[in-house]
Design a protein around this ligand. Structure first.
Ligand code: CP
Ligand code: NVA
Length: 299
């Protein structure tokens, strides 16, 4: 049994084959064919935080593959009334075939996985968002071919998305230039593990120069709402602008995991402009998560 808590749970070969499978599943769906290897299988989805893409991608994805999803929130389960995570994991995993958890604390997710009899997927934690990276890598490769040896610029907060990009750079062998304000750098241990794959920058233009892809995310993640004002000030100058896209070059792509705040971390002319692939990126959540579920359940 395998869990998917971070990208490090996959070898490079497994990751590459999942990305390939995601694109195959996308073609199967485009041809209007039914592919239902998960008939009778049930996915439990525990959401401590809001979601549009992750919920719909998993729920629609398992339905398209013949299975069923159950949406669970702390508001209407016993989790919200203090039932331990360990007990919830033990009980759910005796009833369903696969569990996706979106949680405030990565430790909660690890605890869940430790007590589960079935594979557990990280649907976003404060530390990592590996599911999003599956879609992002798939999207890059569909537009530009293999990402190995290419350069990606991360502009903004050294957050959960940034951490997953760092893991991806190390596993797949591309360069990641991370530009953040000084107090918002990614986890130094993670950066150290990535070795030469990752460089840290103070100047976003320097990180953007020559990049094959520029990507960013919100300045205040879920759970950091009260820091919004301080962060707005700290991140001034880290908005992805047309000038940054120009420094990257005409073939450079723009990605954002969404939801986006136009005028904060990205200018509207960039996210709604010709170099942006954010809608393909969002759609690929569906195909990538289908590939992930198929692999975790059927091997
Ligand atoms: N990108 C992402 O995970 O979106 P949701 O929060 O809508 O799931
Ligand atoms: N970093 C963001 C990603 C949202 C999909 C957050 O954690 O809120």
């Amino acid at each position: 049994m395998r869990h998917f808590l971070t990208l490090n749970d996959l070898t490079a070969e497994e990751l590459e084959s999942l990305l390939k499978r995601a694109t195959e599943l996308k073609r199967i769906r485009a041809r209007g064919e039914f592919h239902q290897p998960l008939r009778g299988r049930v996915l439990g989805m525990v959401f401590e935080k809001s979601s549009t893409r992750t919920r719909v991608a998993f729920e629609a994805g398992i339905a398209q593959m013949g299975g069923h999803a159950i949406f669970l929130s702390p508001r209407d389960t016993q989790l919200g009334r203090g039932e331990p995570v360990e007990d919830t994991a033990r009980v759910l995993s005796r009833m369903v075939d696969l569990i996706m958890v979106r949680t405030f604390s990565h430790e909660t997710l690890e605890c869940f996985a430790d007590h589960s009899r079935v594979p557990v997927i990280n649907g976003l934690s404060d530390r990592f968002h590996p599911c999003q990276l599956l879609a992002d890598l798939q999207t890059f490769q569909e537009h530009r071919g293999p990402i190995r040896g290419r350069a990606v610029a991360w502009i903004g907060d050294g957050n959960n998305m940034c951490h997953s990009w760092i893991n991806a750079a190390r596993i797949l062998g591309f360069r990641l230039h991370v530009a953040t304000p000084p107090g918002y750098r990614p986890d130094p241990d993670l950066v150290a593990t990535a070795g030469q794959a990752v460089t840290l920058h103070d100047d976003p233009m320097e990180a953007a120069a020559g990049a094959d892809l520029i990507t960013t995310d919100v300045w205040a993640s879920m759970g950091q709402e009260e820091e919004q004002k301080t962060r707005m000030e700290a991140f001034a100058g880290f908005c992805v602008t047309p000038a940054m896209m120009k420094a990257a070059g005409p073939d450079s792509l723009f990605m954002h995991c969404l939801p986006a705040h136009r005028g904060e971390e990205v200018e509207a002319t960039v996210i709604d402009g010709p170099q942006s692939v954010v809608w393909d990126e969002a759609e690929n959540r569906l195909h990538a998560h289908k590939a992930l579920m198929e692999w975790l359940i059927t091997g």
